[in-house]
Design a binder for this molecule. Sequence first.
Ligand code: GAR
Length: 188
Amino acid sequence: MPIRIAIFASGSGSNAENIIKYFSQSDTLFFPLIISNKPDAYVHRRAENLKIPSLTFTREEFSEGSQVIQSLKLYKIDCIVLAGFLLKIPACVVKAFPDKIINIHPALLPKYGGKGMYGDKVHQAVVDAHDKETGITIHYVNENYDEGNIIFQAKCSVLPTDTPEMVALKVHALEYEYYPKIIEKIWG
Ligand code: GAR
């Protein structure tokens, strides 16, 4: 029986699509559901094209948790992959999926983590600090933002002339290369 993984995404969903395509022929990992907190997020379009159901829950429904858990049970979900998901995962969901939820963060945690640190804000902070390197962190999810155990990190250089957009491109390239491979390594 393949392991059934739900992807949570709030925005574009390019990582979600990359992961789903990577495993499209897999016998071991199956991605039957995408969940978002934004009804107009581009990830829903990608889901439609990939022929995968996508659901939306409001911020309130997310923080309460029971409807989310109900849907995850309905789709017989074993594990959850966060890919650009911007809300906190409530304690009841973390409890229902112990060590079964992972996240990708577009920086080298513990740097540039925590509430409000997502996407381009992270890359802007890296450029503002004149850091010489940044990267990605894949980690388990607990009740606090960006604090679960780290599974994997990869680095890229930041040049003095790099804009946040250029940093984002480098970081996305690392995400596309490594997120599917790490998912395969831990659950495949
Ligand atoms: C990714 O870079 C991901 O690391 C980041 O959001 C982006 C989503 O891109 N996640 C966070 O910042 C979480 N704190 P995508 O929607 O194109 O996959």
